[in-house]
Design a protein around this ligand. Structure first.
Ligand code: ADP
Ligand code: 5GP
Length: 236
């Protein structure tokens, strides 16, 4: 088991999600310094893009105003979290800003097997662990336009104490160097623009040749009629 130590888009939801017979789901990993806007962007993305499921992490931190159990996180005690670690129920887990956070295996693999794309919104340590386990995953790093803007966003969100904000700002200096480990970088200045950038990445990844459903290709262009399987013959 891994452990870690540190402290309105304009694009409409279009087309049905790819079915389980079409391809396996893609694992998208999004990380960003706290306050950058990743939660805001990820919520909008899962609304805009059909066939994209936002994984719900477990955490020992307390809910912020407006957050609910089973929707934003599964809020659990440390003892329960440790029991889950012992039962190997996390793909990865980490200490972040003094709390434990973990990504559950079960729901994630179920969705991928069903051909549903999964969005993980996790910190840099967690992202590195998941990348090793899912080599085909797609990693995206979101950055704020500047430290000044980041500070203002954290203050506007008003969910953390001044001391906590200071701690989060301090950590950015370390986190920012992780940019090299990610396949894509998105600068979150204008929300609509960032959403369009993210949606472009998602659609491009879905269309990659390596993710092509070979059954469709074989049934339509390669096999004779009697050799064809019952798999979806009409899907691109
Ligand atoms: P994170 O999940 O990265 O910690 P949040 O999604 O909670 O960040 O966003 C932090 C604050 O910044 C929120 O008040 C949010 O409304 C605001 N915000 C996010 N993106 C933008 C943006 N592009 N322009 C202005 N404010 C933004
Ligand atoms: P917050 O408390 O602001 O919701 O999240 C704090 C940090 O923990 C963010 O960087 C968020 O992405 C990260 N985080 C949320 N869930 C997980 C998880 O399951 N694993 C890891 N490693 N980080 C997580």
């Amino acid at each position: 088991m891994n452990s870690a130590t540190t402290t309105s888009s304009t694009v409409p939801a279009s087309g049905p999600p790819r079915s389980s017979t079409d391809r396996r789901g893609i694992l998208f990993i999004i990380s960003a310094p706290s306050g950058t806007g990743k939660t805001t962007l990820c919520k909008q993305l899962t609304t805009n893009l059909l066939g994209l499921w936002h994984s719900i992490s477990y955490t020992t931190r307390t809910p912020r105003p407006g957050e609910t159990h089973g929707h934003d996180y599964f809020f659990i005690g440390e003892e329960t979290f440790r029991e889950m670690i012992a039962r190997n129920e996390f793909v990865e887990w980490a200490h972040v800003y003094g709390h434990l956070y973990g990504t559950p295996w079960k729901s994630l693999t179920e969705k991928i097997d069903q051909g549903i794309d999964v969005l993980l919104e996790i910190d840099v340590q967690g992202a590195m662990q998941v990348k090793k386990r899912f080599e085909d995953s797609v990693s995206i790093f979101i950055l704020p336009p500047s430290m000044t803007v980041l500070r203002a966003r954290l203050q506007t969100r008003a969910s953390d104490t001044a001391e906590e904000i200071q701690r989060r700002l301090h950590k950015v200096k370390e986190e920012v160097w992780s940019y090299r480990e990610y396949a894509y970088i998105v600068r979150n200045e204008d929300l609509g623009r960032s959403l369009r950038d993210l949606e472009s990445i998602f659609w491009s990844e879905r269309l990659k040749t390596k993710r092509l459903n070979m059954t469709w290709l074989e049934n339509n262009f390669i096999l004779d009629d009697e050799q064809k399987t019952e798999d979806r013959k009409d899907l691109p």
